[in-house]
Design a protein around this ligand. Sequence first.
Ligand SMILES: Nc1ncnc2c1ncn2[C@@H]1O[C@H](COP(=O)(O)OP(=O)(O)O)[C@@H](O)[C@H]1O
Ligand SMILES: [Mg+2]
Length: 248
Amino acid sequence: MSAILEVTNLTKSFGGLAAVKNVSFSVQRGEIVGILGPNGAGKTTLFNLLTGFMMADQGRVVFDGRPLVKAAPYRVVNLGLARTFQLCRPFVGMTALENVMVACFSPRGMASGQPPEARSRKLLDDVGLGHKADMPSELLSYGDQRRLEIARALATDPKLLLLDEPFAGLGSSEIEPLSALIRKLHREHGLTLLIIEHKLREFMQLVQSVIAIDFGEVIASGTPEEIVRHPKVIDAYIGKTEVELGIA
Ligand SMILES: Nc1ncnc2c1ncn2[C@@H]1O[C@H](COP(=O)(O)OP(=O)(O)O)[C@@H](O)[C@H]1O
Ligand SMILES: [Mg+2]
């Protein structure tokens, strides 16, 4: 295995608040890695820094052997790093199919050589939305909008896909199927995945390794089993029951 992503001393402050502080970690090719941390820990800011939505104050990001220095979001996508957002924002006024087609017209999407419409239908099938291809995207349920966002990201043919709290706002019956979908995509698309979550349950069965952050800093990293027992992680989650922590 070799690292697809290497993050070194990444730092970003908003005024006096250090949202991301000296964060360093690496992600190996083919892994499913979790970023775990309570609300406000700096997880989304970290994704914003990795994907060019925000500029870091300090630090270095190397993706697939290339430094991402002040790379705009579209350039990051063109290098093979795609993301979803904590709050889904489908292109309203467009069908599910049209949403995915937009991303199929990206340079990496076109490089697949397949016609955008056929490729979009296949991607919607892959995420379980084949039968809803012609629905206006804003009429999809929240869970389906999550799947649509994943299909749209896959259309850019990513090597590394970042998912920001893919389980947030889903009903308990929707969580396991989405987990199964993520596992299937990992297998079939040869993806490396970096997934943000703020709760430990379910998530710990999905990811192979975890980077725990709190107040913008990495407080622990290791296997899910190591993380749930780590004293600093337990501290960060004080007030949660052991069931929520996934260690009961
Ligand atoms: N654009 C911004 N301007 C000012 N403060 C921000 C901005 N984005 C995030 N923050 C602050 O940075 C901290 C980390 O936020 P965020 O990365 O969204 O956390 P998480 O995703 O872990 O919940 C929070 O205190 C948040 O209020
Ligand atoms: Mg967030």
